[in-house]
Design a protein around this ligand. Structure first.
Ligand SMILES: Cc1cc2nc3c(=O)[nH]c(=O)nc-3n(C[C@H](O)[C@H](O)[C@H](O)COP(=O)(O)OP(=O)(O)OC[C@H]3O[C@@H](n4cnc5c(N)ncnc54)[C@H](O)[C@@H]3O)c2cc1C
Length: 400
C-alpha cells in the first residue's frame, strides 16, 4: 500500500543552505520537510573556513560588479542576525574573530597601498599602524603591512547546531537509494517516492528545493531539469594542531591581485582544546594533485616563509580533499552571487559561499512567493515520517 501525503515544500540537503532556508520558510508559515542523506553540515559547510566576506577578493581582481555589491552587504546582514535583529535569530553563535586581516609582504607595499587607496575600497580596508599591530604581527622579524577588513569569522559548527535546533522536528535522515522521483504526466510536476520498512510513501510537494551541494548534480540528472548545471572546484585543505598556537585569522596576499590569496588562515579549537590552524587559499587550489605528504610539506614551507618567527615543531598535521559545489553558469566561470534555477515544481539552489546563504534564501523565498505557493499543513506526513525515519546526525570537523 502506498501512503500518500501532500506538503508545501520539501528540501534536500542539510548544509547551511538547506537549514537556513528551512528556518526562513517555517518563519514564513510554511511546513517544509528536509531530507539529508549524510550528516548535517558534513559537505562543504563544516569544511569551510567560516569567513563572512565583504567581497574584497572581487575588488582585488578589479571586478566590482553588481554581484560584488551584494556580497559587500553580507557582513552587515549576518551581524544583524547574530545580534537577534535579522531575518533569523542567530544569537549565541560565536564569532571566532571580529575582524579579518590581510597581510602583504614588504615587496608589495607601494603597489597595494595605491590600489587600496582607490575610491572603490575607501572605508572597506584599513591599514593598521605598526604600533597597533596585534601581538602575532609585532614580532621584530615580521616584514609587511597589515590591513583590517570588515570581514569576520563564524563558528560553523555552532552555526549549524543553532540552525538545526529550532527545526529538529522537520529533519529526516534518508538513505541514498531509498527514494526516487516520478513525474505526473498531467502537469509535469515531480513527486517523491520513499521506500522504507516495507512501506512506500508518496509525497506531493508544491515545491522541491535542492540544496544538496555536490549532490545537486545527481538530482539534475534524476529530475531531467534543463535550466541548471553543476560544477565542482576541488581544494586540498591543510590543518595543523598545536597547544600553544596563537589565534590567527589572515589572508596573505600574493604577488599579483589575484582572486585567491596565497594563503588563508583561520583558527579553531579541536575537541582536546588544541588550537587548529586551518589553511586554504592558493595553497589549497594548487595542491589538488599533490598527495597529502607533499601538500603538507608545501604548507610547512609557505608558513615558514611567511611567518619565520612561528615555531610549529610540535604540531600534528593533516590534509584532505574537498570540492566546492557551485552552479555552472557559463563555462566553469566562478559565480559571484548565490544562484537558483526554477523549473516546474523544482528549485535548484547553490549559495556559492557560506557568506551568500542569506542571498540564496531570499532568492528561493521570493520564487516560492511568486509561484503563489500555498502553505499546506503537513502534520500527517511529519507524523508518519517520524515513525519511519531517524533524525540526521550532526557531522564533526575534519580535525576532530
Ligand atoms: C574548503 C572550503 C572552504 C570554504 N570557506 C568558505 C569561507 O570561508 N567563506 C565562505 O563564505 N564560503 C566558504 N566556502 C563555501 C561554503 O562552504 C559553501 O558555499 C557552503 O557551505 C555551501 O553550503 P550548502 O549547504 O549549499 O552545501 P553543503 O554544505 O555541501 O551541504 C549539502 C548537504 O547536502 C547533503 N546531500 C548530498 N546529497 C544529498 C541527497 N541526495 N539527498 C539529501 N541530502 C544530500 C550533504 O550530505 C550535505 O549535508 C568554503 C568551501 C570549502 C569547500
Amino acid at each position: 500500500m502506498t501512503l500518500r501525503y501532500s506538503t508545501d515544500i520539501v528540501i534536500f540537503g542539510g548544509g547551511v543552505a538547506g537549514l537556513w532556508l528551512l528556518n526562513r520558510l517555517i518563519n514564513d508559515g510554511y511546513h517544509p520537510l528536509l531530507f539529508e542523506t549524510g550528516a548535517l553540515g558534513g559537505g562543504q559547510t563544516l569544511a569551510s573556513q567560516g569567513i563572512i566576506h565583504g567581497g574584497l577578493k572581487y575588488a582585488l581582481s578589479g571586478t566590482l560588479t553588481g554581484a560584488a555589491n551584494v556580497i559587500a552587504g553580507m557582513p552587515a546582514y549576518w551581524r544583524s542576525c547574530l545580534s537577534g535583529k535579522g531575518d533569523l535569530d542567530l544569537t549565541g553563535v560565536p564569532i571566532l574573530c571580529d575582524h579579518y586581516y590581510m597581510w602583504s609582504d614588504g615587496s608589495l607595499r607601494s603597489k597595494l597601498k595605491t590600489f587600496l587607496g582607490s575610491k572603490s575600497l575607501v572605508g572597506r580596508v584599513e591599514a593598521i599602524a605598526r604600533s597597533d599591530y596585534p601581538e602575532f604581527f609585532s614580532h621584530e622579524s615580521a616584514e609587511g603591512t597589515l590591513y583590517k577588513l570588515p570581514d569576520f569569522v563564524v563558528d560553523t559548527d555552532e552555526l549549524l547546531k543553532r540552525l538545526a535546533s529550532t527545526v529538529t522536528n522537520n529533519l529526516f535522515a534518508l538513505d541514498e537509494g531509498n527514494y526516487q522521483f516520478t513525474k505526473n504526466p498531467a502537469n509535469g510536476k515531480c513527486h517523491l517516492l520513499i521506500s522504507c520498512k516495507d512501506k512506500l510513501i508518496e509525497i506531493a510537494a508544491e515545491q522541491f528545493v535542492f540544496c544538496a551541494g555536490e549532490g545537486n548534480a545527481k538530482f539534475i540528472e534524476q529530475t531531467g531539469i534543463e535550466s541548471a548545471a553543476a560544477q565542482i572546484r576541488p581544494l586540498h585543505m591543510v590543518y595543523l594542531k598545536q597547544v600553544n598556537l596563537p589565534q590567527l585569522f589572515v589572508h596573505c596576499v600574493g604577488d599579483d591581485f589575484s582572486l585567491t590569496p596565497k594563503l588563508t588562515v583561520t583558527s579553531h579549537t579541536d575537541i582536546h582544546g588544541q588550537t587548529v590552524w586551518y589553511l586554504g587559499g592558493d595553497l589549497a587550489e594548487k595542491g589538488v594533485n599533490k598527495d597529502s605528504e607533499t601538500q603538507i610539506a608545501a604548507a610547512q614551507h609557505l608558513l615558514a616563509k611567511l611567518f619565520p618567527w612561528i615555531d610549529t615543531s610540535e604540531a600534528s598535521w593533516g590534509s584532505f580533499l574537498i570540492n566546492r559545489a557551485e552552479a555552472n553558469i557559463k563555462n566553469n566561470y566562478r559565480p559571484d552571487d548565490a544562484f537558483i534555477a526554477s523549473e516546474s515544481n523544482m528549485i535548484f539552489a547553490w549559495p556559492t559561499k557560506l557568506t551568500l546563504t542569506p542571498s540564496m534564501a531570499d532568492k528561493v523565498v521570493n520564487t516560492i512567493k511568486e509561484e503563489s505557493t500555498t502553505a499546506i499543513d503537513s502534520s500527517d506526513a511529519l507524523n508518519t515520517l517520524r515513525e519511519l525515519l531517524d533524525k540526521p546526525e550532526a557531522a564533526s570537523a575534519y580535525w576532530n
